[in-house]
Write a protein that binds this ligand. Structure first.
Ligand SMILES: *[C@@H]1O[C@H](CO)[C@@H](O)[C@H](O)[C@H]1NC(C)=O
Ligand SMILES: *[C@@H]1O[C@H](CO)[C@@H](O)[C@H](O)[C@H]1NC(C)=O
Ligand SMILES: *[C@@H]1O[C@H](CO)[C@@H](O)[C@H](O)[C@H]1NC(C)=O
Ligand SMILES: *[C@@H]1O[C@H](CO)[C@@H](O)[C@H](O)[C@H]1NC(C)=O
Ligand SMILES: *[C@@H]1O[C@H](CO)[C@@H](O)[C@H](O)[C@H]1NC(C)=O
Ligand SMILES: *[C@@H]1O[C@H](CO)[C@@H](O)[C@H](O)[C@H]1NC(C)=O
Ligand SMILES: *[C@@H]1O[C@H](CO)[C@@H](O)[C@H](O)[C@H]1NC(C)=O
Ligand SMILES: *[C@@H]1O[C@H](CO)[C@@H](O)[C@H](O)[C@H]1NC(C)=O
Length: 429
């Protein structure tokens, strides 16, 4: 038997690879009978020469590969998966993968010198299903880069350096998952995502998004998950999410939202709504009307002192409403919440102003007693106005709550929410 003892360390980029067809395993790698070659963490600066053309899976993770060219993988036409993550790749020569028509999975993440990708970088990858380009330093993508990937279903561009949504998504007709998390994107234009009709999962978390044009999501009829958490969104226009009829999970946590009107009304399949960590102080009483599948509503860490009475009453599937870390007022305007048959679903409802006698007590200690609020009996669901009278809550010494604060308005055409802001405690007698 002849064992190769001389490793080919000459630059593959210059020489091309003179592969030997034998089935010997490169000495710094591990090979399995399933045609898998593991050369990860092997200190490689270039590809070892004797990789069998029959190889199906090649793991070159965590080495020092710097440049790949059109000869590097030319004979590995049986490859199904290729791991090149955690290397030092600076440039991918156009056509590097041109013979790998069976490749389904390509990992290129954590190559921090990778900044630009030429239009023909991925030419030939006709069966590629999954492409990971996360944690590189990509700031620009050629508009035709992905047009060679008709089978691509999953594209990860998280943690790069992109400032806008690239035009390159136009021809990805099979894409179901797209992540742009952790870039520097500020705006989503009306046409940015319009060709991604097959998308199921869109992750735009941790960008700097503050502008979203109406209609940006109208073509995403199959989208089930939209993550817009940790951005700079302040307004939620009523037409913003038009088209998202399949959406099940919406993340809007950690933005700068102050009011919720009727933005969510068309999301008939919504199950999880994350609105926590915003500055919401008003919610329209019909904001969640028709959300018959809503299970979890996250409203903790906002600026809510009360909720409109009808808000939760018609949500048959509701399991939990998370309400902690809000300045809830403990007076007649929110009495209904504490008495609500749905009280068990409400998590973290604590009094912020429990009256002069006790400033720290949790909800159970709120000084509500049967009949304490004079208007109690009149506040049945469906009652929309109570006139101009004031209620006196005997349990609070001289604490007067004006009915103007309790006023209910169920129209959804207004630009801001319907809940009137409660005056600060010091403004109340
Ligand atoms: C690689 O492919 C080229 C052209 O198809 C061929 O000439 C060469 O012999 C192959 N090398 C090996 C090691 O199989
Ligand atoms: C390939 O390896 C075999 C032994 O496995 C050897 O006999 C042959 O000379 C090698 N061919 C080349 C082109 O290196
Ligand atoms: C390839 O190697 C990396 C670690 O270097 C590991 O995380 C990954 O799971 C490996 N992939 C396969 C298919 O073995
Ligand atoms: C990575 O490549 C750059 C040149 O592109 C080189 O200066 C640097 O030393 C390389 N780093 C490692 C760890 O090989
Ligand atoms: C991209 O898609 C458009 C139509 O959607 C088509 O006209 C064009 O030829 C496609 N481009 C490529 C490179 O496939
Ligand atoms: C205030 O509430 C706390 C916590 O429930 C309780 O321990 C305490 O006795 C109450 N103080 C008064 C004055 O009611
Ligand atoms: C609700 O608000 C609208 C617009 O501000 C107003 O025209 C309407 O009379 C209000 N309805 C009720 C029942 O208060
Ligand atoms: C919270 O809401 C009150 C009015 O309800 C408003 O005065 C205050 O500025 C809001 N605070 C924040 C941080 O938005």
């Amino acid at each position: 038997m002849f064992f190769l003892v001389v490793f080919i360390f000459t630059c593959a980029a210059k020489a091309g690879l003179s592969l030997n067809v034998s089935n010997s395993c490169p000495s710094m790698c591990k090979c399995t009978p399933e045609e898998t070659i593991l050369c990860n963490r092997a200190g490689l600066k270039t590809l070892p020469g004797e990789i069998a053309p029959s190889t199906i899976s090649l793991n070159l993770s965590n080495n020092y590969l710097r440049i790949l060219n059109t000869n590097t993988f030319r004979n590995l036409t049986f490859l199904h998966s290729l791991w090149l993550d955690g290397n030092n790749l600076t440039f991918l020569t156009p056509g590097t993968f041109h013979t790998l028509s069976r490749l389904q999975e390509l990992h290129l993440s954590r190559n921090s010198r990778l900044t630009y990708l030429h239009a023909n970088t991925f030419r030939g990858l006709l069966n590629l299903i999954s492409l990971d380009l996360s944690h590189c330093n990509i700031f620009e993508i050629h508009p035709l880069l992905f047009s060679h990937l008709p089978s691509l279903e999953s594209l990860d561009l998280a943690a790069n350096n992109m400032r806008y949504v690239p035009q390159a998504f136009r021809n990805l007709s099979s894409l179901t998952r797209l992540s742009l998390e952790g870039n520097h994107i500020e705006a989503i234009g009306r046409d940015s995502l319009k060709d991604l009709e097959t998308l199921c999962d869109l992750n735009l978390r941790k960008n700097r998004i503050w502008i979203i044009q109406n209609g940006a999501f109208t073509k995403l009829l199959r989208l089930g998950m939209l993550n817009l958490g940790h951005n700079f969104i302040t307004d939620l226009p009523n037409q913003l999410f038009e088209g998202l009829i399949q959406l099940k999970t919406m993340h809007l946590e950690a933005n700068r939202i102050t009011a919720v009107d009727c933005t969510f009304r068309q999301l008939l399949n919504l199950r999880n709504l994350y609105l926590n960590n915003n500055q919401i102080s008003s919610i329209s009483d019909s904001a969640f009307l028709h959300l018959n599948k809503l299970h979890f509503l996250h409203l903790s860490r906002n600026n809510l002192s009360s909720l409109p009475r009808r808000l939760l009453s018609e949500l048959p599937k509701l399991r939990y409403v998370f309400l902690s870390h809000n300045p809830w007022s403990c007076d007649c305007s929110t009495l209904w919440l504490w008495r609500s048959p749905r009280r068990a679903l409400l998590e973290g409802l604590d009094c912020a102003f429990p009256g002069p006698a006790n400033t720290t007590g949790p909800l159970g200690d709120c000084p509500f007693r049967a009949g304490a609020c004079a208007g109690d009996v009149g506040l049945e669901p469906g009652v929309t106005s109570l006139g101009g009278a004031a209620f006196l809550c005997p349990a609070h010494t001289g604490h007067i709550v004006s009915t103007a604060e309790i006023g209910i308005n169920s129209t959804c055409s207004r630009t801001s929410g319907a809940l009137k802001k409660r005056p600060s405690p010091s403004a109340v007698l």
